[in-house]
Every structure is written in structure tokens, then in C-alpha cells.
Design a protein around this ligand. Structure first.
Ligand SMILES: N[C@@H](CCC(=O)N[C@@H](CSC=O)C(=O)NCC(=O)O)C(=O)O
Length: 283
């Protein structure tokens, strides 16, 4: 069993907000994750929601800014928040920019040198981390959902679309919905996966993946601020919605007047998202 080291523990809404560190086999480095344990987890196993954060984040951003603990406590759900990339691997160039390398793992499994040894965030968040959570906490193994923001919103979509049946529901705030046509996505995919000509970028793009989705019914909730300065240059939610319609995958899109890309926006609607996931996790 993977050894966990408790980094912090704070009482919150009748439960505990904790951070643990551990050695990751997939990523070849020490990683932190945050976990909110609701009061209900003291009496038995409860469902889990994984949250994937965006560029430049650690496990702290969502944990300290979203206000999720109140709603996780109310619905009796564990919330797990991983970091956004490996850290401390000292790969040349890994801290040169905010949209590649440290803080920008993009939730893919890199195939290109020198990134392919450590940058395996997809396998980390879909396999290694759930195994750790299921074996160390009061988590209901077959009862998990996933959500995220921006790079992490896209991460949540691909984790669900590439693993039919693994998640009961998926939701995303300001997701980079079609990374193969966005600057952030093109930079990340070129570096981690190789050029568009040599690698199949479509295998890691939510808008492309949903066109071929044939798994069990999946509830997708997309949330987008209309005043988000990245909306027309990086995010492309309309492309994802059209692809869902084309492939008859049900999707709900909320467009929010005046809201931007920040955690002030996320905090305003996190309650709705937790409620949405609770419906499927408790069904
Ligand atoms: N300036 C950076 C982008 C930084 C940024 O806005 N990060 C967002 C996520 S963006 C998409 O993944 C974020 O969540 N920041 C943390 C916070 O606490 O607000 C760039 O242009 O690369």
C-alpha cells in the first residue's frame, strides 16, 4: 500500500479538510493531493468527486477558494483535488512558462522525450490516485464523478470519455473544450504528444472524443462565463456542444452573464455542480 504523509488537517463543516503527500509510481515524484472528508465518512463509505484544476494551480487553489466544503458536507461526498503536474523532476524547460511543464500537465500521458517518464497525469488521476483513495479512505469504490476548470475541465471530460462507465457524471467550468485548435492545447499537445502529423491528437481532445462516444449514458454539465476573456480564443464550448448533438450525447450548457474565468465565478456555481453530481452519485 502507498504510504501517505499527512501535510495538514483542518476541521471544516463537521468534517476535515486534509492534504497528503505520497510517492507516485506513475509520475516518479512526490505529489500532494487535498481531500475533504465529510462527517458522513466517519460512519461508512461515501461517494467521491475528483476535481482537476487549471493552469498554474496546485491542490490549494480549488481547496481554498471554491467554498466546496459546505456542499460536500451537506451531500456527504468526499472531494479529491490532485496537483496539476509532476513537480521536482528537474526536466530542462519545465518551469519556463505557465502553460507547459510544471502546473500544466494537461491530464495526458506524454509520449515524447523527455516528458514521457514523468508527465503521465491521465494515468495518475484515473488509476493511481483512485486506488490510493479507495484503499485509504471511506470511499465507495464504484461511485465516483469528476469535474474541473479550464485545463482541468477538459481533463475531466477526457477522463470520462476515455473511460466509459468509470464516472457517474462529469462537469466542467470554462473547459478548454477543443484543445487541438486552441493555442494552449496546441502547445501542450506538441510538447507532450508530438506534432499533429505524427500523433493522434484527436485521441486526447474532448470534442473529437465525444463524436465517437458509445459507452453507457454519461451526464455532462458544462458551465461557462460570458465575460471570460479566453472564451473565443481558447475554450470553444460551441464546438463541444455541436459534437455532442451530432453524437446524441446529452449535455447541459449554462452560459453565465458577466462571469469571468476566475475562482469568484467557480465559487458562485459550485453548489449547483455538487448538487448535480449528488443526483447521480446517490441514484
Ligand atoms: N496567466 C496564465 C493563466 C493563469 C490562469 O488563469 N490560471 C487559471 C486556470 S487557466 C486554465 O487552465 C487558474 O485557475 N488560476 C489559479 C487561480 O487561483 O485563479 C496563462 O496565461 O498561462
Amino acid at each position: 500500500m502507498t504510504a501517505l504523509k499527512e501535510v495538514s488537517s483542518n476541521r471544516s463543516f463537521g468534517g476535515y479538510q486534509k492534504v497528503f503527500s505520497h510517492d507516485s509510481k506513475e509520475l516518479g515524484c512526490q505529489m500532494n493531493f487535498a481531500i475533504y472528508l465529510p462527517p458522513q465518512a466517519e460512519d461508512g463509505e461515501v461517494p467521491v468527486i475528483y476535481w482537476l484544476s487549471g493552469l498554474t494551480c496546485t491542490e490549494q487553489n480549488f481547496t481554498t477558494k471554491s467554498g466546496v466544503q459546505r456542499y460536500a458536507s451537506e451531500h456527504g461526498i468526499i472531494i479529491v483535488v490532485p496537483d496539476t503536474s509532476p513537480r521536482g523532476c528537474k526536466i530542462p524547460g519545465d518551469d519556463d512558462s505557465s502553460d507547459f511543464g510544471i502546473g500544466a500537465g494537461f491530464y495526458v500521458d506524454a509520449t515524447q522525450e523527455p516528458w514521457n517518464k514523468n508527465y503521465r497525469m491521465f494515468s495518475y488521476v484515473t488509476k493511481e490516485l483512485p486506488e490510493i483513495i479507495n484503499s485509504n479512505f471511506a470511499a465507495l469504490e464504484e461511485c465516483q464523478s469528476i469535474m474541473g476548470h479550464s485545463m482541468g475541465g477538459h481533463g475531466a471530460l477526457i477522463c470520462a470519455l476515455k473511460n466509459p462507465g468509470k464516472y457517474r457524471s462529469v462537469s466542467a467550468f470554462s473547459a478548454i473544450c477543443n484543445p487541438i485548435i486552441s493555442k494552449w492545447g496546441q502547445k501542450a499537445f506538441s510538447g507532450y504528444l508530438g506534432s499533429a502529423e505524427s500523433a493522434n491528437w484527436a485521441d486526447w481532445d474532448a470534442t473529437e472524443l465525444v463524436k465517437g462516444y458509445s459507452g453507457p449514458p454519461l451526464e455532462i454539465l458544462l458551465d461557462q462565463g460570458k465575460a471570460d476573456h479566453n472564451l473565443t480564443t481558447e475554450l470553444f464550448p460551441d464546438n463541444f456542444i455541436s459534437a455532442c448533438k451530432e453524437s446524441q450525447v446529452p449535455v447541459i450548457l449554462h452560459m453565465r452573464d458577466g462571469y469571468d474565468h476566475s475562482y469568484y465565478y467557480i465559487a458562485s456555481f459550485i453548489e449547483e455542480h455538487i448538487k448535480h453530481h449528488a443526483t447521480y452519485l446517490k441514484a
